[in-house]
Structure formats: structure tokens, C-alpha cells
Design a protein around this ligand. Structure first.
Ligand code: FCB
Length: 510
């Protein structure tokens, strides 16, 4: 089977860090089991989600956010319009061989012109939250300086129309489209990029902070630093352990600086980041595999979260190659960004095991970091081969809740690729997508009932779109997009989601 982006990342991320971090770094970590729980238990917690009997019907809290998510480069198109500058994704997608079928986001879903239709879809789905991202090079075409007013105007119009439709604008400031000019100046490995990011955040919050109050600084910092700087499978396409480590540290500094910039302009604003997470399970009951799962958890889930919440790198990664990462004195305090909520993107789980002696001898990296990370294989697979494992969402929500003192959490993404298209009657009968979201929402409801403070769920994605290196080959939308005509059609999953949002519950009959 072809290696997906994500599976590749799972194996490579660990291996890449391994090249730079000695095994002894990981010895002090605590071992805890993944919160195992029977799927039908019925804890009821006060005014929180209520699970009725063993029927596994879940009623969500009254103010729950039912949302969908997108990202600028994946949907907007209009790649050169109204003064927009070039981003690293514009450059990367036009580099031969980087994107499947030679696709690019030049036009994508053309949401830059079709945004009213997108809002109509949200209304039809009864959504009360829309997570979208702002394209940095639309606001600062060259990555610094004054705002491009035409770029700002586009987002003002979008936000005003959302507010008018009583849909919360839930805005990501960076979903991977760095201005190319900043990449030319060194990109994320260059620590100056943290200051550029803080300037950009200030510009945006001055322009939109009167109407947007919920922000995410970054989308999936581990994905874009790993895939962009270590693996080279995403923009800007570099392959270097050192670049990856330096990019990580700059992003952590930028998270602190961006947080302070937003709070300085709008103290009352609610600020988080959308982290990519995966429940890391030991492949067996052995002590060695349990320890490996904790190492995997630190790498996968805490590398950017712990610096923000606690101003330090994860305990399990205590002895960092500080010189290689260019960590300076005072940096730990600068990284601190006590987020108002933790955004979690979760699609699947990760199986972790200790490397065997032979493997360690054969691969220096596994000698240095004895953890192997692989995708789970027991569950059914989505159309693009990702394991469906709803318990992973329960496990990560309850663990993050426990380990970070019951923070507010938003599920900022979850979803599945299936390429169903219209039948003879124009109906897109994507029943497997309905099953996916039903099961993940039931897991989420159980986590709320067991104490996690989860405020919303955002299906990835509102509409089929440009899926990075996979181009248009994977459809994640609740609405179908005909990329020739740009016509949008709500799938059966979108109709189902509309009912869930309207009734504020999921259950066997729904
Ligand atoms: C996440 C990304 C999002 C989309 C989904 C499928 O990692 O944040 O842009 O590609 O995966």
C-alpha cells in the first residue's frame, strides 16, 4: 500500500528527532496507560454531555459549537488576486513532481469568489462555528510591512457575513502558507520569522479584532515543521534535521510572541492553537513498549503544547540539543503562551513499540531513540487508508484534560476521505462518512461526560478541497465540489450533520 502523508510522517518524525536526541533523554518519563474505557459506560456529569443508558445516544451541552473547518490555500484560489503575494505553497505546487497529478491551489474551490455559497452551505448545515484560515501573503504580500487593504477587505466581508448568519468566525492565523519572501530569508528555521509572525498577528488583530474574538495561532505545528523541513514532502520541501529542530524552536517562540501580540491589541480575546494529536498506544503490554508509547506521546502531542502551556520542552525530551536548536537564555519564558483553549486535530491513533536490538544496530536513529511509531491496523480504513479508531479521540481528550488541569478544548479537525460522487439523481450517498463522524462524536460525548471541557467539534472539511501533496485526489468534504464548475452539493453526511447540529445530539437513530 502506498505510504500516506500521515503514515510517512508518523515514522519519519520519530526517526528525525532521533537523529538529534540521545536515548537517555527519554528515560525520566512517567508511564501511564491510555485511558481504557468500555464503549457503553454511562457517566453523566452535571450540565455537561449526557449519555443516556447503553443506547449510546449523546446529548451535547447547550452552547456546543457545531462547526466545519477549511484552510486558505486549500479552498481560496485567486492566487494572484488583489495584490496577494506568493506563498511557499504557490512555489511548491508549481515545482514539478511535488503534487499528485500536477495539481495546485491556484483555483482550488475558488472560495475567494464563492464564499457566499460556502456560507449558504453552513447555514443549510445549521453550523454555528466556521474555522477558516487567513492567508498571510494576502495581508502582507512580502511577509512584512503595512497591510494590503484589499486582502483585509476580503476577510472583513467574510467575517461580517458569518456574524450576520450567526456563525462564529473561528480564525487560524497560520495554516501553512508562509510568504515566499520569508522563506527566501531563511523561513521558519530563521528565528527572525517569529518576530515577523508577531507583526503579522498584530496587523490582523488590529484589522479584524473588533469582530473576531476566537483565534488559533497555528495549525498543526508538528505537521508543517516535520513535513516541510525534515521530510520535504510539503512546502518548502527541505530535508534537514537541523532545519526541523530550528524551525520547531522558532515556531514555539512565535507562539509566545503571537499570543502576546493578540492580547496586547485585544486583551479579552480567546487564543489557542490547533495541534495535531494522536493517541499513542503501546503495541504490547511490555514495559518497554509502554515506555515507548510515552516517548511517542511527548514527540507527537507535546512538542509544541508543553512550551506554550508551561514554558518548557516536554519533560520526556529534557536534554535538548540546545546549541543545534539555537535556544538562548530567556527563550523558555518567551515561548510561554498560556492558551485559553487547546485545539485538537485528531484523525487516528499511533502504535508505539520499542525497537529490538537488531533494529537498533541496523539503524543508528533507532539506537538513539528507541521508539517505533506505526499506524494502527485493527480498525476499518477510510478511503485514503487511515485507520478509523474513535477511541483515540476519547483517549486524547481525557488525557489532555487530565494532564493540563482541565483546559477548555476545541476539536478543531476530524474527518475522513471517501471519494463518493453524485449518483444518477445527483445524490452523494457517503454513508461511511456519516458513520465516521457519528462514532467520533460519540467518543467525544463520552469524554465530556467523563469531565473533559470540550466546547466544539469541527468536521474536516466543509467542502472537498486541495489536499496538499495529494492534490484533488482525496475528498474530505461534507459538501461535494465539482472542480470544473465550482458547483457545491451537500452530501448525505452534510444533511446528517445538519440534523445533529439542530438537535444537538447523536445517537443510533441519528
Ligand atoms: C490536517 C490538515 C488539514 C487537512 C487534513 C486532512 O492535517 O490540518 O489541512 O489536510 O489534515
Amino acid at each position: 500500500m502506498r505510504l500516506t502523508r500521515r503514515k510517512f510522517a508518523q515514522s519519519a518524525f520519530g526517526a528525525g528527532i532521533a537523529a538529534a536526541l540521545p536515548a537517555a533523554l527519554f528515560s525520566g518519563c512517567t508511564v501511564s496507560s491510555n485511558a481504557a474505557r468500555s464503549p457503553n459506560s454511562t457517566t453523566v456529569a452535571g450540565s455537561h454531555a449526557v449519555q443516556s443508558g447503553a443506547s449510546s445516544e449523546i446529548i451535547f451541552p447547550g452552547n456546543f459549537y457545531w462547526g466545519a473547518a477549511t484552510a486558505a490555500y486549500q479552498i481560496e484560489g485567486a492566487c494572484k488576486e488583489d495584490g496577494k503575494g506568493e506563498s511557499i505553497w504557490d512555489r511548491f505546487a508549481h515545482t514539478p513532481g511535488k503534487i499528485k497529478n500536477g495539481d495546485s491551489g491556484d483555483v482550488a474551490c475558488d472560495s475567494y469568489h464563492h464564499w457566499r455559497e460556502d456560507i449558504a452551505l453552513m447555514r443549510a448545515m445549521n453550523l454555528n462555528s466556521y474555522r477558516f484560515s487567513i492567508s498571510w501573503p494576502r495581508i502582507q504580500p512580502g511577509g512584512s510591512g503595512a497591510a494590503n487593504s484589499r486582502g483585509i477587505d476580503y476577510y472583513r466581508r467574510l467575517v461580517d457575513a458569518l456574524l450576520e448568519a450567526r456563525i462564529r468566525p473561528f480564525v487560524t492565523l497560520y495554516h501553512w502558507d508562509l510568504p515566499q519572501a520569508l522563506e527566501d530569508a531563511g523561513g521558519w528555521p530563521n528565528r527572525d520569522t517569529a518576530s515577523r509572525f508577531a507583526d503579522y498577528v498584530e496587523v490582523v488583530s488590529r484589522a479584524l479584532g473588533d469582530r473576531v474574538s476566537d483565534w488559533m495561532l497555528f495549525n498543526e505545528p508538528s505537521a508543517f515543521t516535520d513535513l516541510g523541513y525534515l521530510e520535504g514532502r510539503h512546502a518548502p520541501g527541505r530535508r534537514s534535521v537541523i532545519d526541523f529542530l530550528r524551525a520547531s524552536h522558532t515556531v514555539n517562540l512565535a507562539q509566545g510572541a503571537g499570543f502576546r501580540a493578540l492580547k496586547a491589541v485585544r486583551p479579552g480575546t480567546r487564543v489557542g492553537t490547533a495541534f495535531s494529536m494522536s493517541a499513542c498506544e503501546p503495541a504490547s503490554d511490555s514495559d518497554a513498549d509502554r515506555l515507548a508509547a510515552e516517548r511517542a506521546h511527548a514527540i507527537t502531542n507535546l512538542w509544541f503544547l508543553e512550551p506554550a502551556m508551561n514554558g518548557r520542552y516536554p519533560e520526556a525530551l529534557a536534554f535538548l540539543p540546545e546549541t543545534a536548536m539555537r535556544i538562548r537564555s530567556g527563550d523558555l519564558e518567551k515561548m510561554r503562551a498560556p492558551l485559553d483553549f487547546i485545539g485538537i486535530n485528531l484523525y487516528y491513533r499511533t502504535m508505539a513499540s520499542a525497537s529490538g536490538a537488531l533494529e537498533r544496530l541496523a539503524h543508528l536513529q533507532q539506537w538513539l531513540l528507541p521508539v517505533k511509531m506505526e499506524a494502527g491496523r485493527q480498525g476499518p480504513r477510510t478511503g485514503n487508508g487511515w485507520e478509523i479508531w474513535p477511541q483515540a479521540l476519547y483517549d486524547i481528550l481525557t488525557r489532555i484534560s487530565r494532564d493540563f488541569n482541565r483546559p477548555q478544548i476545541e476539536v478543531t479537525e476530524s474527518g475522513c476521505a471517501y471519494n463518493d460522487g453524485p449518483d444518477a439523481h445527483g445524490v452523494i450517498n457517503d454513508t461511511l462518512r456519516i458513520e465516521y463522524h457519528r462514532q467520533y462524536l460519540q467518543a467525544l460525548g463520552r469524554a465530556i461526560a467523563d469531565g473533559a471541557d470540550v466546547r466544539g467539534y469541527h468536521a474536516w472539511s466543509l467542502i472537498d478541497n486541495f489536499e496538499w501533496a495529494e492534490g484533488f485526489s482525496q475528498r474530505f468534504g461534507l459538501a461535494y465540489v465539482d472542480f470544473k464548475t465550482q458547483q457545491r452539493t451537500i452530501k448525505e453526511s452534510g444533511r446528517w450533520y445538519a440534523k445533529v447540529a439542530a438537535e444537538n445530539r447523536v445517537g443510533p437513530g441519528l
